[in-house]
Design a protein around this ligand. Structure first.
Ligand SMILES: *Cc1c(COP(=O)(O)O)cnc(C)c1O
Length: 228
């Protein structure tokens, strides 16, 4: 029988804590974001029943299906948007998510600020950096990151950290180290990096937010079915 979501959550949290201690860090400085994209609703329900509250999604529409109703019922839910955000989805995203991790262009900054004003809220944001300079991937290029962070700050967008998704075919450590150095020199405290296969490496290099899907929930089953 497959391990329950609750026991996988506990197991991953224990690995997170061990990796943090190994790196001389306090385990509570690492937030484990359970990435629920592409998962059947029953698996989310299990995590929620087990008392888990911090989740990540990469598409607005799918996230609404998973979380809109629960959002109303569960006061302390913390939802992170970790996928690319189109400007025409910004209002809905700001209404649903607590944290937007994928800010990467001026047009999006403007749209977010307008949505904050319209909805009377503010959301913590991360700047996504395309550390591998991959053509198909979202995020600002490394050489533009400092300038873009400054642009966000000057615009009044609350940037708390940087986020990256390293190329799948490369060792992640150099990418994590690069992101960590960028955050340091820009005075940003939060670092969202590390997924199922590499979160321990990310924690060793300073991750404050790791995004773990399959290692908690098992293989995704609905991938590609729901599109924004
Ligand atoms: C899907 C996804 C994850 C989780 O990936 P796993 O390999 O399942 O842990 C993390 N970050 C982002 C941006 C994702 O899209």
């Amino acid at each position: 029988m497959a391990a329950s979501v609750a026991s996988k959550l506990q197991e991953v949290r224990q690995r997170v804590d061990a990796a943090a201690r190994e790196a001389g860090r306090t385990p509570s400085t690492v937030t484990l974001i359970a990435v629920s994209k592409g998962q059947p609703d029953g698996r989310l329900a299990e995590a929620v029943s087990a008392g888990y509250r911090v989740f990540g999604e990469n598409r607005v529409q799918e996230a609404q299906k998973h979380w809109l109703d629960r959002r109303r019922e569960i006061g302390d839910l913390e939802l992170h948007l970790i996928g690319p955000l189109q400007t025409n989805k910004v209002h809905e995203a700001v209404a649903l998510f607590d944290v937007i991790q994928t800010v990467d262009r001026p047009k999006l900054v403007d749209a977010l600020l307008r949505a904050f004003e319209g909805l009377g809220v503010a959301r913590q944001c991360f700047v996504q950096v395309n550390t591998g300079a991959e053509a198909h991937k979202a995020g600002v290029l490394p050489e533009n990151a400092d300038g873009f962070v400054e642009f966000c700050r000057n615009s009044g967008l609350p940037i708390i950290g940087l986020m990256c998704i390293p190329p799948v075919d490369e060792a992640p450590a150099p990418h994590f180290a690069l992101l960590s150095e960028m955050a340091r020199r820009n005075g940003l405290g939060a670092l969202s990096m590390g997924m199922s296969r590499d979160f321990e490496t990310a924690i060793a290099l300073g991750a404050t937010h790791i995004r773990v899907g399959t290692e908690i929930f098992g293989e995704r089953v609905l991938l590609g079915e729901v599109r924004d």
